[in-house]
Design a protein. Structure first.
Length: 382
């Protein structure tokens, strides 16, 4: 007679044969997002004991989150990406149940969304899931408010605005929102990765965006499958009507009762933390990593904290004297080692960096040691 394993998780991991990683590259979906906060897991376990009518639960959760965050309205989505889908669906349907039922068939509806060419991004096609079409304006580097206004027609459903560190913003969100209001249109804002600072949770709504999508599984540290949609009450309600558990184009974007409780707990914990003290702690750890890399030929490392690095990161630059492989190969070697370490390689100037957010106590020294070992070996031609 078999007995239940003492630790079910360890047993499953052993049978899977997949080696875990130390996540030193910042939260992203491919590398498992973020480590859920203890409050998140506790709230999820509690919710697992009960059953609810999910539309009632989501409405109540949205009201509570709006009060906690300090915005007019909120709802929970299946990641920030799920928020983009129902932003667009809301722009098309505006609460019309017949239109909601027809999506993604938008024949005869206002189904065009204006996007600045300088605001194109990797996940933009999620806006097209409900049957919308993009109308591009401006150039890859700039755009004018007049060009956006000239693109508005009776077929226009909304206007996209991207908040990202490296995205040009030739048209301010306030001006864009004012133009949208003049034409009775919503601004659909993606702000998935611009936390911290925590003030951004209210900033873009206060600047006029009608709907703003955030990830719940990055800095907030809820489950990777959760997101927040914040904004004006009528538009958040239009979005909710298109979202699961309702049938329709977003039916697959289910969020469980456990995830709802977990996200609320994570948001409360996130907002309760003193950001200045948190950043000081991150900086201290990253300074130690930089110190460990200081004598490697061709490598320049420094702590950076600014628009491109929303928390202190140990940024590694490959100088002209560097004789080793590129950053992609360094990343590959770190992931292939033991223990496996993931660092980020999306810097615009060929750099890579260490992100402290998901590194646990005791792992900082391991990360610094492994990065140093790989860079020293690489600099020697190994």
């Amino acid at each position: 007679m078999s007995s239940r394993p003492v630790n079910v998780g360890e047993s499953i991991l052993e049978r899977l044969g997949v080696a875990p990683i130390i996540q030193a590259g910042g939260p992203n979906t491919k590398h498992s997002g973020s480590r859920p906060r203890p409050e998140t897991l506790e709230a999820m376990e509690f919710a697992s004991r009960y059953f609810f009518q999910l539309d009632e639960l989501l409405i109540a959760a949205g009201e509570l989150l709006a009060d906690i965050i300090g915005v007019e309205a909120a709802t929970i989505t299946s990641g920030a990406s799920g928020g983009l889908v129902i932003e667009a669906a809301a722009a098309i349907t505006r609460g019309d149940k017949e239109k909601i039922a027809r999506l993604p068939d938008t024949d005869g509806m206002a189904n065009e969304i204006i996007i600045q060419r300088c605001h194109h991004f990797g996940y933009e096609r999620l806006y097209l899931v409900p049957g919308t079409h993009f109308v591009e304006v401006g150039r890859g580097t700039d755009c004018t408010l007049e060009e956006i206004e000239n693109a508005i027609t009776p077929r226009t459903a909304g206007i996209v605005h991207l908040e990202s560190a490296n995205t040009p913003k030739p048209v301010s969100l306030r001006d864009l929102a004012g133009l949208a209001d003049d034409h009775g249109l919503p601004v659909l804002c993606d702000a998935a990765s611009v936390l911290p600072p925590r003030s951004n949770l209210t900033r873009f709504v206060n600047e006029g965006a009608h709907m703003v999508s955030f990830s719940g599984g990055k800095t907030i540290r809820s489950l990777q499958s959760t997101g927040l949609l914040l904004g004006r009450a009528e538009w958040i309600e239009y979005a909710r009507l298109n979202n699961a558990p309702n049938s329709g184009v977003a039916r697959a974007q289910k969020v469980s009762k456990e995830e709802i409780f977990g996200l609320i707990a994570a948001v409360e914990a996130f907002l309760a933390i003193d950001e200045e003290s948190e950043m000081a702690g991150y900086r201290q750890h990253m300074e130690r990593t930089v110190e460990a890399l200081g004598d490697i030929p061709g490598i320049r490392a420094r702590v950076e904290h600014g628009p491109n690095h929303r928390m202190p990161h140990a940024v590694i630059y490959f100088e002209p004297g560097w004789k080793g492989p590129d950053r992609a190969e360094i990343q590959r070697r770190l992931l292939a080692g033991n223990p496996r370490v993931y660092i980020q390689t999306i810097g615009p100037n060929g750099e890579c960096y260490v992100d402290p957010m998901n590194i646990e106590e005791g792992e900082h020294e391991i990360v610094s040691r492994r990065v140093r070992e790989v860079l020293v070996d690489a600099s020697s031609g190994l």
